[in-house]
Design a protein around this ligand. Structure first.
Ligand code: NAD
Length: 358
């Protein structure tokens, strides 16, 4: 059956890197129907809104969205609701994308790019599953209030609310257990159960969900310890599942372990496995239009799309193997270049991956 893919290139390097990922998808002889619409600043320029109805409607009726990046300094003075970045928040909300999957993979060929010792990180392959639509980021009430009691009586106080409903924890738990099942069968749930009621509840529910996955080994770790272990012995992890706040911080920490932002894909999924797939980096306006951006994170995002939304794991494996092969050949875009390797442009990297696929 034909699968519909919404292609949203966006701003900055978005169109250049998406072009290469689309070439790769085209080489796989899959039954895909690709339709492109503008998003972010590019959509604001044409339609006066970063997520115009034509783009949102396309996203809603597609099986998956391949997203480049949005944002450019020239939109910095627009009112908040018209900024390019609002497009991502709007898509997450409209499609209910509650599960964010961010792999941190360090190919042995790029071990020198990490700030950690090569023997600590070479061959790193972990997956962080972050809950994306709940937690203290969205909890009500929030704001600034005047205290009428207690030691700070008469002062203003800023406050937010952390909460997780049982359904929110269960559904992210299932996504994480199922991902662990497809990998090394080890899941570490990260919380702060020694201090926070929300975290203790999170932990209790994870333990309950685990009963449905006897083949996956569940462990628990406090977030402060997890932050330490990620730099001490990151390869001890397989899959990490955590809430929105802790996941925001830990997924960036894990990404930086690899030292190469141009290599990291991501996926955001809803309950029906419809997903938005994008590189973890931004629109890099500083290098846009120069044909020097690294397209590999976007190609790897397309591989995740095949695996998680289109049930085409074998084709996803092919893309990942082709990426590994071009790295083994010593080909590098400027961001991952080091002495003794061959510097290539965005489109030359695309050519090389296509050749490796064949
Ligand atoms: P960025 O990720 O765009 O760039 C950070 C640095 O990494 C830059 O030096 C850039 O040249 C480099 N870089 C990023 N991707 C690269 C690639 N594929 N190849 C080679 N080098 C790469 O982050 P930033 O500069 O903080 O933000 C730029 C814009 O992107 C801002 O408008 C920001 O809001 C937006 N942004 C968008 C997303 C998204 O679309 N999901 C995410 C983060 C930032």
């Amino acid at each position: 059956m034909t699968k519909k893919i919404a292609v949203l290139p966006g701003d900055g390097i978005g169109p250049e890197i998406i072009e290469q990922a689309v070439r790769v998808l085209g080489a796989l002889s899959l039954d895909l129907e690709l339709e492109t619409q503008p998003v972010g600043g590019a959509a604001y320029d044409v339609h006066g809104h970063p997520l115009p109805p034509v783009t949102l409607e396309l996203a809603k009726r597609s099986d998956a969205i391949l997203f480049g990046a949005v944002g450019d300094w020239k939109y910095d003075n627009l009112p908040r609701e018209h900024r390019p970045e609002q497009a991502i928040l709007g898509l997450r909300r409209a499609l209910g994308l509650f599960a964010n999957l961010r792999p941190a993979v360090l190919y042995p060929e790029l071990a020198n790019a990490s700030s950690l010792k090569p023997e600590v990180v070479a061959g790193l392959d972990i997956l962080i599953v972050r809950e994306l639509t709940g937690d203290i980021y969205f909890g009500q009430p929030r704001g600034v209030r005047l205290l009428d009691d207690g030691p700070f009586k008469g002062e203003r106080q800023g406050f937010d609310t952390m909460h997780y409903a049982e359904t929110e924890i269960r559904r992210i738990g299932h996504v994480a257990f199922q991902a662990a099942r497809k990998r090394g069968k080890k899941l570490c749930s990260v919380d702060k159960a020694n201090v926070l009621e929300t975290s203790q509840f999170w932990r209790d529910i994870m333990i309950d969900v685990a009963k449905e996955y006897p083949d996956v080994e569940l462990s628990h770790m406090y977030v402060d310890n997890a932050a330490m272990q990620l730099v001490r012995a990151p390869k001890a992890f397989d899959v990490i599942v955590t809430g929105n706040l802790f996941g925001d911080i830990l997924s960036d920490e894990a990404a930086m372990l690899t030292g190469s932002i141009g290599m990291l894909p991501s996926a955001s999924l809803n309950a029906s496995n419809q997903g938005l797939y994008e590189p973890s980096h931004g629109s890099a306006p500083d290098i846009a239009g120069k044909n020097i951006a690294n397209p590999l994170a976007t190609m790897l995002s397309a591989a995740m799309m095949l695996r998680y939304s289109l049930d085409q794991s074998a084709q996803a494996d092919r893309i990942e193997a082709a990426v590994q092969s071009v790295l083994q050949q010593g080909l590098r875009t400027a961001d991952i270049y080091e002495e003794g390797t061959t510097r290539v442009s965005t489109s030359e990297m695309g050519d090389a991956v296509l050749k490796a696929l064949k």
